[in-house]
Design a protein around this ligand. Structure first.
Ligand code: GLA
Length: 681
């Protein structure tokens, strides 16, 4: 693993696809790139057909020209391998390499992401193209990083081809060693699925009714493994020739069938693609989740925001354009949460094809536009933030994020379709965001030392070993806060021996007797310290053992029964919330758990996001006002853009961003001066 950061200062740029344009346009592009302060572009991801024009026949002339042009203009290159979109000749020669869906449909050419990761011909082809590129460009002075493939797992992560079935059997043999072990893990006595031969095992393709969920979960793991093997094959092919860091662009909070905890170990630098959910009026919160998750995947080290958008995208139902200043706020929020490079899809907007309505750094209307002016301004800002590079973000709170648990929860025949992990994650994250309590994400197996509070909004699947890890965290003095439907099953998607939540029963001091989902649209209330809070979708029949009942159900399926419990265990505390609690209730519970845990954070006016990074060059606070009205902040230091001391209080205009180099006497922002409830209401 190489950890050399590819760019001096903060990286700035985007995907650049000049093969879509005449050569003369490239010269204009680099002029505009220089004007915008762009210092890093990703090229080549979609150019396989133009580089390997027939099997084993290469034409590097245009790429040579491009890399030389960029280098002459001081623009560094993140060189992509084009393996997410093989050429037409490949599919003509190897039609069996196409992705086959669960329904048995072989997906066609004319798009991208349509190759089976288990196809032997594909594996051979990707190593050939990656090796050829690395051999030619390993020592090209423009190339500072390698970018393998594009968004592994998207748009499809599972393939049901014949090659996949064969590879799945091999993977299962390795995992289980014996058919007995497999039969036991999958519970194949249910519905008569007992296997007597490895050759009888297939991919969990569409069947008359629901397919064995343990088999489906293993197939999801296998599919993730196959994709990762493709990455590793390309990475190693590049590494045989080249020393630059190697990345592949994640989509951290999309969980497209890739277990990014595993992937993060394999890349030199973590990079992410993130797009706002246009339908969400507070999309900056979703952005913060993605950025915190990406930083966590990177083990706290700086990461690259490799693709986001200057304005609207093209693939949502209503592609809302960004408002003036929003692109900069988004970019700075990524930077605040640990990104050391800010890049976009893409430099010049495409005139042709599927993505022609996607925004770009150079829009269709050209340089004399609001977007290009904002792109230039952002480049100037980032150019002044070089000292921030390498600094890190500290968090005392960790949220459990487990891709496998999410895959399992998404399978069929769960108690209620209305309880989703993504929604719960967001609901519990929101009060932390509003309170400027920075959050890391962790896998339940991770070392939790150093965290005061661990939140489990959606940990449906939990192995016994990981439950022991959480229990030890509490016993040592940590605070654990879990939402409903936690630890229902083990890592085979089998209900825990002893019932739901059994391996954490002593931790929470409760037993779960039954899940009690509500009818669609029904709501209920819980009483907590005399106040009634709304909830819906879900209740549980729980029995306190050692736990104290903090809130009771007023109505719903079990009126009068415990709804929220708090248990002291060893040196710590464990909270269990047995319903899908609404915003106010969550805020109250979070306030109490935060108090239990002794977590503090800076106080800012509503809508002002404030995150601190600390490194060798000092501490830096990034304050972003997401509202239209001005706000006042108590900070001490120097404005990094104007180089002037910050007035106290600092007035931050509606929509504005301030980056402050904090004075060493006031490096910490964590002095709460008003109550949590006032702040979050
Ligand atoms: C992702 C992909 C890009 C492009 C954008 C569109 O970032 O990697 O190739 O399709 O989405 O938003």
């Amino acid at each position: 693993m190489t950890t050399t950061w590819p760019i001096p200062g903060i990286g700035y740029g985007g995907d650049y696809n000049p093969e879509q344009w005449p050569r003369a346009t490239w010269d204009d592009d680099v002029t505009l790139m220089r004007q915008a302060g762009i210092n890093l572009v990703s090229v080549g991801m979609w150019a396989w057909a133009l580089i390997e024009t027939d099997e084993g026949v290469f034409d590097f002339s245009w790429l040579d020209d491009l890399l030389d042009l960029l280098h002459r203009n001081g623009i560094a290159v993140d060189l992509g391998t084009p393996t997410a979109a093989p050429p037409a000749w490949f599919f003509a020669k190897y039609p069996e390499s196409r992705v086959v869906t669960r329904d048995g449909v072989a997906l066609g050419f004319g798009s991208r992401g349509m190759v089976s990761p288990s196809s032997p011909a594909y594996r051979e082809a990707i190593v050939r193209i990656a090796s050829a590129l690395a051999e030619r460009y390993a020592h090209h002075p423009a190339v500072v990083m390698w970018h393998v493939h594009n968004e592994y797992g998207a748009p499809v992560s599972e393939c049901y081809s014949h090659a996949s079935v064969l590879a799945f059997r091999t993977w299962l043999r390795e995992k289980y060693q014996s058919l007995d072990a497999l039969n036991h893990a999958w519970g194949t006595t249910v519905w008569g699925q007992h296997y007597t031969s490895w050759e009888h095992i297939g991919a969990p393709a569409a069947a008359p009714s629901v397919v064995n969920p343990s088999q489906r979960l293993d197939f999801a793991r296998f599919s993730d493994h196959q994709l990762r093997q493709c990455f590793i094959a390309e990475r190693d092919a590049i590494r045989a020739h080249a020393a630059q860091p190697i990345t592949t662009n994640f989509m951290a909070n999309q969980h497209w069938g890739v277990n990014l905890w595993e992937w993060a170990r394999e890349v030199d630098i973590v990079s992410d693609d993130h797009y706002l959910v246009a339908a969400d009026p507070e999309a900056e919160i979703g952005l913060a989740i993605a950025a915190d998750l990406t930083r966590s995947l990177a083990g706290g080290r700086p990461w690259i925001m490799l693709e986001h958008s200057t304005s609207g995208v093209n693939w949502q139902e209503r592609n809302v354009a960004k408002r003036p200043g929003e692109m900069a706020r988004n970019s700075m929020a990524h930077l605040a949460r640990g990104a050391d490079a800010i890049c976009f899809f893409q430099v010049r907007g495409a005139r042709w094809g599927q993505e022609k309505f996607h925004s770009a750094m150079i829009p269709h209307a050209g340089r004399d536009t609001r977007i290009f002016r904002e792109v230039v301004a952002l480049g100037e800002t980032l150019g002044q933030l070089g000292d921030v590079r390498g600094s890190t973000v500290h968090a005392e709170v960790a949220f459990l994020w487990d891709f496998e648990s999410m895959w399992a929860q998404d399978l069929e025949w769960r108690p209620s379709v209305d309880l989703g992990h993504k929604e719960r994650m967001r609901a519990w994250y929101e009060p932390f965001w509003r309170r400027n309590i920075t959050v890391d994400f962790v896998h339940p197996s991770h070392d939790l030392t150093g965290y005061r509070l661990v939140v489990a909004p959606a940990q449906y699947l939990l192995s016994k070993a990981d439950a022991a890890n959480l229990d030890a965290f509490v016993a040592r003095g940590g605070t654990l806060l879990a939402s409903c439907f936690t630890a229902a099953v083990d890592d085979n998607d089998a209900v825990h021996e002893g019932g739901y939540l059994a391996p954490l029963s002593e931790t929470f001091g409760i037993r779960v007797h039954e899940y009690l989902p509500l009818r669609q649209g029904d709501a209920l209330r819980v009483a907590l310290e005399g106040t009634h809070y709304g909830a819906d979708v879900w209740a549980e029949d729980i029995e306190p053992l050692s736990a104290q009942t903090v809130a009771t159900y007023i109505d719903g399926p079990v009126p009068g029964a415990p709804a929220i419990t708090r248990n002291t265990r060893g040196e710590g505390v464990a909270w269990y919330v047995s319903t899908r609690l609404g915003t106010e209730g969550i805020t109250t519970v979070v306030e109490q758990a935060v108090t239990d845990a002794g977590v503090s954070a800076p106080v800012t006016p509503p809508g002002v996001e404030l995150v601190t990074r600390t490194g060798d060059n000092g501490s830096f606070a990034v304050a972003i006002n997401h509202r239209d009205t001005p706000a006042e902040l108590q900070l001490h230091g120097t404005d990094m853009i104007t180089n002037l001391p910050i007035p106290t209080p600092l007035r931050i205009d509606g929509g504005a961003i301030v980056v402050v180099r904090l004075t060493p006497e006031h490096p910490s922002l964590s002095t709460p001066t008003e109550s949590f409830m006032e702040r979050t209401n």
